[in-house]
Structures are given as structure tokens and as C-alpha cells.
Ligand binder design. Structure first.
Ligand SMILES: [Zn+2]
Length: 125
């Protein structure tokens, strides 16, 4: 780690968001028909439950939708980042933070449930 990276303001946060992030985020929210995974509100944001795959690659890509990227409303996004549900990694603040396993399960199950509802809706003629 270089000396300058010790200062939080010098940390490069942009790696979390690739150039096509707007498209990824839109696709993510579209996957639940713009519903929040955790409640009935409109999904206005895309939440990172973690930032890297096991291989260390940044998860902000289309593969991450529903596995590590989840559509949430503003309120649930705040809850997702609450210290009770979210673990901060002070040694790697850019890519080390993640949700607790318990909260991750809620996100994943909520997403699967909303996704099933969207599929049912689109199957009807
Ligand atoms: Zn919500």
C-alpha cells in the first residue's frame, strides 16, 4: 500500500463504480420491476452487499445482480448500511466492507421473492 493511501481522502473509491454503473444499476432495479428487495417501496438505489467476488474481481458488473447487487429503497438502503447489519473493514475501506451473513440472506431471499413475482407477472398474457 502506498503512503498516500493512508489518507482516506486519497483513497480511490471509483473502482466500486465502473463506467457503465448507471446501466448496471438500472438493470438491477429492473430485475425486480423497480421494487425494493426488503419492502414494498420503489427501488431507488442499488446496494452492494459486498464489493468483490471470491477471486478478488470487483462485483459491480451484470453478474452481480441478485447475487451481490440488490435494488433497495432509500430507507432500506440506510438499514443495509447500519452497523448492526454491515461490517466495515478499516484496512480496506474501498472493497472490504460487506453485509453480515444474516442480512445478506435477507437481501438474497427478498430479491428471489420479488424476481419470482416479476416472472409470474410477465408470464400472464
Ligand atoms: Zn425498502
Amino acid at each position: 500500500m502506498s503512503q498516500s493511501k493512508n489518507n482516506i481522502q486519497d483513497v480511490d473509491w471509483s473502482i466500486r463504480y465502473p463506467e457503465n454503473w448507471a446501466e448496471i444499476s438500472w438493470k438491477c432495479r429492473e430485475s425486480t420491476n423497480f421494487r425494493c428487495c426488503l419492502c414494498r417501496s420503489e427501488a431507488t438505489q442499488t446496494h452492494h452487499a459486498l464489493y468483490t467476488y471470491r477471486d478478488g474481481k470487483v462485483i459491480a458488473d451484470f453478474r452481480g445482480i441478485g447475487s451481490y447487487l440488490f435494488p433497495l429503497c432509500d430507507d432500506c438502503h440506510e438499514i443495509a448500511h447500519h452497523p448492526f447489519n454491515y461490517r466495515k473493514d478499516s484496512k480496506n475501506p474501498v472493497l472490504g466492507n460487506k453485509n453480515s451473513p444474516r442480512f445478506y440472506k435477507l437481501l438474497r431471499e427478498g430479491w428471489l421473492d420479488k424476481k419470482r413475482k416479476v416472472q409470474k407477472m410477465t408470464q400472464k398474457d
